[in-house]
Design a protein around this ligand. Sequence first.
Ligand code: PXP
Length: 237
Amino acid sequence: MPRLSVNINKIATIRNARGGNLPDLLKVAVDIQRFGAQGITVHPRPDERHIRYQDTVNLKTVVTTEYNIEGYPSKEWMDLVLKVKPHQATLVPDPPDAITSNAGWDTVKHQSFLREIIAELKEKKIRTSIFIETNSSHIENAVKTGTDRIELYTESYVKDFSKNKEEAIKPFISAANLADKLGMGINAGHDLNLENLNYFYKNIPNLLEVSIGHALISDALYYGLENTVQLYLRQLK
Ligand code: PXP
């Protein structure tokens, strides 16, 4: 069964709206794990509009499952990640002002940059994953960066799912098979939700982890956090 890593950026967004400590990000992280999630993901951005750099440090003391920090590997982000030493670092090529991650890495163009960053992270025994689209050349070149895993960017799957799910999943099956053949582990994320998650998982049997934030936290408004985590876990069985 793949791990469910819950992205808690949105909890920080709500907290920051009032300037106090409600909701308490650390308590939410503890509870999400108590409710069964096998990981916590955060994406600190340079403007700290949701997760603050200090949050990533504080979370390290309460994440007892798997801690995943994602983001663009700027100097500040690298300093932070090398200090916090999460279990996994997910590299994302998004510009600082992006609303959310909106593209995967071009592993041809950025190969030497990624190779250097990944070597630095692996030296500290931090597992690496790079956010990537299904393009076969990008996957073939991902292995040359030395990354342990790739995270498949699932936005296109989600967008096409309601029109034709058999077609929508095809490029992801090919990408997952290729990555598997090349010896890289497979994570996935972006826009996954209660409607499309199970079909994705059923078709990508070597899936190791999904990282889900926006839809899960939104569903929690209706179903409650504990029920929602359970509902997502059920999709991965
Ligand atoms: N993976 C990456 C690399 C992301 O940047 C995000 C969003 O922060 C996610 C997964 C989760 O996406 P969503 O919030 O749509 O579930």
